[in-house]
Design a protein. Structure first.
Length: 92
């Protein structure tokens, strides 16, 4: 499997599996906040893996640029989820 294929597989699996820690808990509980933090951390880490891998390539086609843009957006979203959950836990 190529490097890009591995990155796409990790990214896709993380996008599908990251929300599972949040599902069994009610909003406003500490467990929900911990689940959101875990979801944000998983999204941020997998997106960072994809971004670092794609930035190492010298030439990217359209698919590479789309993957890079999507992973940068997901990286920002994951970081916001993580930081928001940590701030919420600090205020509880």
């Amino acid at each position: 499997m190529s490097g890009r294929g591995r990155r796409v597989l990790v990214y896709a699996v993380t996008l599908l599996a990251a929300p599972t820690p949040v599902m069994p808990f009610a909003r406003g509980t500490r467990e929900f906040a911990f689940g959101v933090a875990a979801c944000g951390a998983a999204l941020a880490l997998s997106s960072l893996y994809v971004v670092r891998g794609e930035l190492r390539l010298r030439h990217r086609g359209l698919l590479g640029h789309k993957l890079l843009a999507a992973s940068l957006i997901t990286l920002a979203f994951g970081l916001v989820l993580f930081v928001g959950a940590v701030v919420y836990l600090g205020r509880m």
